[in-house]
Design a protein around this ligand. Structure first.
Ligand code: GUN
Length: 284
């Protein structure tokens, strides 16, 4: 293996330590009041249940207050929008996270639009997305922010680099493209209609895979010494695998994230960081 394996668990632990320190500072400045993160889960998808449980655990471990609402799979859009309105009005709540995906009877866009932009710790409202697209300060989606931290940790500077993002979701691909552009990378976003995906990926100094296709990115798609970040989390018969063929690509890349233990732990760490930022913003 030639690539340096980027340890997302270690970087996430550093972020959590920093966040825990900030939580203590905020509490000291405000009569012991700690930031609060509200999580909302609709239905009983097992993967989403695990993600939300980990987010709640992480929240409490850094000393913040976790408020959780679980709704049945048949919950209606007005019920969910009403709940979000209550959380917007609750002064103990600094951040609101509605776990996605939502059941099909609920319009995801309508629910996201109901979130107070000051509490949008997922960075998913059109206001947050617009600020990011314009390179202005705001709350940034957690997974893309985690990817940028890992690149910094690996010494992969986006400034002047060719960056290729495979995937164009609102949670990862699109905001990550904006972050890389704001950091002066030359950015290409690929998707299911990209004509020659392998050829485009081979141009990348920084290659990020976020499509949900097991081991899609192969060794001959990767430029020697590239930094390869794998956002994929695919449950297969072989267990949890990423969007990158780790064993083969790590022979070519300069740095690579594993799955698990790469981007995954960073998503929660950045959510905690966003919650502290939202709390600071609301108390300023
Ligand atoms: N589902 C998968 N990842 C995420 C995330 O980062 N935020 C939310 N709200 N839902 C998700």
């Amino acid at each position: 293996m030639s690539a340096v394996v980027i340890d997302g668990r270690a970087v996430a632990a550093e972020v959590r330590e920093r966040v825990a320190h900030e939580v203590r500072e905020l509490a000291a400045a405000d009569h012991g009041r700690v930031p609060g993160l509200a999580t909302v889960l609709v239905g009983d998808d097992p993967a989403s249940e695990v993600y939300v449980a980990n987010k709640r655990k992480g929240t409490e471990e850094v000393g913040m207050h976790s408020i959780h609402h679980g709704l049945g799979a048949s919950a209606t859009e007005p019920e969910l929008v009403d709940l979000v309105a209550d959380l917007n009005a609750d002064d103990e709540v600094d951040g609101i996270l509605v776990q996605l995906p939502l059941p099909e009877q609920i319009d995801q866009d309508a629910v996201i639009a109901a979130i107070d932009p000051a509490k949008d710790v997922d960075g998913l409202t059109v206001g947050s997305a617009g600020l990011l697209a314009q390179g202005r300060p705001g709350l940034v989606p957690c997974t893309p922010q985690g990817v940028m931290e890992l690149l910094a940790h690996a010494g992969a500077d986006p400034d002047g680099a060719e960056a290729v993002v495979v995937g164009r979701s609102i949670l990862v691909g699109r905001p990550l493209a904006s972050l890389l552009l704001n950091a002066n990378a030359t950015v290409t976003v690929c998707h299911s209609r990209t004509a020659d995906l392998a050829a485009v990926c081979r141009r990348a100094d920084i290659l990020v895979a976020a499509v949900g296709s097991p081991r899609l990115v192969r060794a001959d798609w990767v430029k020697p010494r590239a930094a390869v970040i794998d956002v994929g989390m695919n449950r297969t018969d072989d267990g949890l695998v990423g969007d990158v063929d780790f064993a083969a690509v790590s022979e070519v890349a300069g740095a690579i994230t594993p799955v698990p233990g790469g981007v995954g732990p960073m998503t929660i760490a950045m959510l905690l960081q966003n919650t502290v930022r939202a709390a600071r913003g609301r108390r300023a």
